[in-house]
Design a protein around this ligand. Structure first.
Ligand SMILES: *[C@@H]1O[C@H](CO)[C@@H](O)[C@H](O)[C@H]1NC(C)=O
Ligand SMILES: *[C@@H]1O[C@H](CO)[C@@H](O)[C@H](O)[C@H]1NC(C)=O
Ligand SMILES: *[C@@H]1O[C@H](CO)[C@@H](O)[C@H](O)[C@H]1NC(C)=O
Ligand SMILES: *[C@@H]1O[C@H](CO)[C@@H](O)[C@H](O)[C@H]1NC(C)=O
Ligand SMILES: *[C@@H]1O[C@H](CO)[C@@H](O)[C@H](O)[C@H]1NC(C)=O
Ligand SMILES: *[C@@H]1O[C@H](CO)[C@@H](O)[C@H](O)[C@H]1NC(C)=O
Ligand SMILES: *[C@@H]1O[C@H](CO)[C@@H](O)[C@H](O)[C@H]1NC(C)=O
Ligand SMILES: *[C@@H]1O[C@H](CO)[C@@H](O)[C@H](O)[C@H]1NC(C)=O
Ligand SMILES: *[C@@H]1O[C@H](CO)[C@@H](O)[C@H](O)[C@H]1NC(C)=O
Ligand SMILES: *[C@@H]1O[C@H](CO)[C@@H](O)[C@H](O)[C@H]1NC(C)=O
Ligand SMILES: *[C@@H]1O[C@H](CO)[C@@H](O)[C@H](O)[C@H]1NC(C)=O
Length: 488
């Protein structure tokens, strides 16, 4: 009898696990770049998200700890907010009174309960959230709607109020998943380098329910999320090495007691939280001191984040080694920018703050989080990416990078700036969606194809032409493998 019960419950479990996630649902890709936002006239870097009816478009910064998605109120910069360059930095302003679909929810209890994470003054309400998918500058955008989404409208604070919350109780992930708009609570991030502090030009992306297989290279490294807490994305750092460019034998470990006699012995590996909430890394005090003495750094606060500044230029890189051997190298242009400012924060000797591998670290790393199975993956990010390959991230699976053909086959075929689709099936990688056109937009798109194909004939090889080519994969091809195709 007991064994029958066992088999029955096992069968139920099995049935549950097989129906719980529909891994045929394509992911929702939301790009991160600079754009004009509602009620501002400068360009701000962030995720392309709109709210309300009619749409008020914003650039929201992704947070890996905040659970609510929030917008700056139109009065955010008028009162007591202390955000630097406030009017140019909020990610847009939301005038909830201008939205016909907004209704305030006075009884709503925020999910952001961590002591000092909440904004000083905000209110909640339900409205329509619009996630825009916009692959390339020259293409149009289309939207994924979340109706009756709870938005936080921030009236006062000291930090950027426009935030997409991807904390462990993320309302965006919960709502998208509950309405079967994504396969599960799965999320991937490349933060990019297009924001002022990073000084770079590379744009980033969010993928809800998936990952961008073109954005990283294998191998991927798997980590368990830590138990409950505000930040579940924590890794162990066992070494940090500074190397001078093009000089042999210049590697110096900041953990090396022989190189840094102020330490009596090699320090222990330390746990560091992955965060987007700040740019510079925050390392243990003695490691920070070694960094200062090795590179002759001094305190500085140009960016308001206590990043250390070098007295003399240094051409070299900093490699962070995690305990599983994954090495992340911050290249010379990240280790020291044109003004000699580094991505390492000063740290007080008695500070009890967590250690952070922050946005500077994420400029080099692709993050893929599986909130269903409590694990996450890191891989080396591809910086200059010509292909966008949104791929469903099935809960419990391991993401696999797109294998680039060698000899620049893509370049030869002119497949630059392509959104690549097709089924990556048969090899257990999950499904790469046929993106670019939702079926309801198909007819519009078909007309566009014709028009663009015509332009394409005139102007040699246009990137857009290649994008349209990919639409032959909607519906996906019958023969799944090999995953490569030829132009017809
Ligand atoms: C899974 O999702 C696909 C794509 O959205 C849909 O066509 C299919 O009906 C779904 N299957 C189930 C069992 O819900
Ligand atoms: C990044 O996005 C901006 C729009 O803000 C665009 O002008 C630029 O070409 C993009 N850069 C890359 C490398 O795609
Ligand atoms: C700013 O803060 C002060 C003191 O807390 C308060 O009296 C005042 O009303 C606030 N001003 C605004 C515009 O919120
Ligand atoms: C987000 O929710 C998780 C789980 O409920 C909680 O541990 C965390 O503190 C919340 N985040 C913030 C910023 O409060
Ligand atoms: C949280 O609050 C404590 C105490 O007020 C403060 O020392 C700390 O800097 C705050 N942490 C963050 C991340 O703001
Ligand atoms: C918001 O962005 C969408 C998608 O690009 C666009 O269709 C819409 O016109 C924008 N709204 C405003 C007010 O700019
Ligand atoms: C909208 O969401 C709120 C809060 O989650 C809920 O109380 C309300 O019933 C929802 N309304 C609809 C029409 O779904
Ligand atoms: C370096 O930081 C300074 C701030 O002093 C900024 O003005 C400059 O644009 C940055 N340069 C680069 C290349 O990131
Ligand atoms: C991660 O969690 C799984 C299941 O709980 C466990 O078997 C595994 O040992 C953990 N891995 C690490 C590196 O802690
Ligand atoms: C020095 O560091 C670089 C970059 O981390 C690495 O490629 C090289 O193998 C290291 N050399 C030695 C001798 O450890
Ligand atoms: C660093 O050194 C490399 C190789 O010598 C050189 O190509 C690069 O321009 C240097 N960078 C700076 C900022 O001097």
């Amino acid at each position: 009898m007991a064994s029958l019960a066992f088999y029955l419950s096992a069968a139920v479990l099995l049935a549950q696990s097989s129906v719980a996630f529909n891994c045929s649902i394509p992911p929702v890709y939301v790009d991160i770049h600079k754009r004009v936002t509602h009620f501002t006239d400068n360009f701000q870097y962030g995720s392309f998200v709109g709210v309300g009816t009619p749409a008020q478009n914003h650039s929201l910064w992704p947070s890996l700890t905040q659970n609510q998605t929030s917008f700056g109120a139109s009065t955010y910069c008028d009162g007591n907010s202390t955000l630097r360059d406030c009017k140019e930095s909020t990610g847009g302003f939301f005038a909830s009174g201008d939205s016909t679909s907004f209704s305030e929810d006075k009884g709503y209890q925020t999910l952001d309960t961590a002591s000092n994470s909440t904004f000083e003054n905000s209110y909640f309400g339900q409205d329509t959230l619009r996630l825009y998918t916009h692959y390339f500058e020259t293409d149009g955008a289309w939207q994924t709607l979340i109706d009756n989404f709870t938005v936080e409208v921030v009236e006062e604070g000291s930090t950027v109020p426009g935030v997409v919350g991807i904390g462990s109780s993320s309302t965006v992930l919960n709502d998208l998943s509950a309405s079967n708009q994504i396969c599960g609570k799965m999320y991937s991030l490349y933060i990019g380098q297009g924001f002022d502090r990073a000084g770079g030009k590379v744009n980033g992306s969010n993928v809800f329910g998936g990952y961008d297989a073109g954005r990283f290279v294998d191998p991927v490294h798997k980590y368990n999320m830590s138990a409950a807490g505000t930040n579940q994305l924590s890794v162990r750092v066992k070494d940090i090495i500074i190397s001078e460019t093009n000089k042999a034998n210049t590697n110096v470990s900041l953990f090396d007691a022989a190189a840094f006699p102020s330490m009596s012995s090699r320090p222990d590996a330390f746990d560091a939280e992955i965060t987007t909430d700040q740019y510079p890394l925050s390392l243990p005090y003695e490691i920070t001191q070694n960094f200062i003495s090795h590179l002759d750094a001094e305190e500085d606060n140009t960016w308001g984040d206590n990043s250390l500044k070098l007295k003399n230029a240094f051409n070299g890189s900093l490699t962070i080694v995690l305990d599983d051997g994954f090495e992340v190298t911050l290249p010379s242009e990240v280790l020291m920018n044109a003004s000699n400012i580094t991505p390492v924060q000063s740290r007080a000797k008695d500070s009890k703050e967590p250690f952070f591998l922050s946005a500077a670290f994420l400029t080099q790393v692709y993050l893929m989080a599986d909130f269903e199975k409590q694990s996450f993956f890191l891989a080396t990010a591809v910086q200059k990416n010509n292909m966008v390959m949104p791929t469903t991230f099935c809960p419990g699976s391991t993401p696999t990078a797109y294998q680039r053909p060698n000899q620049g086959a893509f370049v030869k075929q002119g497949l630059i700036g392509a959104i690549v689709g097709g089924i990556l099936g048969g090899i257990g990688i999950g499904i790469c969606v046929y993106c670019f056109v939702a079926s309801c937009r198909r007819r519009v798109a078909e007309r566009r194809i014709e028009k663009r194909a015509e332009e394409g004939r005139k102007a040699a090889k246009m990137a857009q032409f290649e994008v349209e080519e990919v639409m032959e994969f909607d519906p996906p091809p019958k023969s799944a493998t090999p995953f490569f195709w030829k132009k017809r």
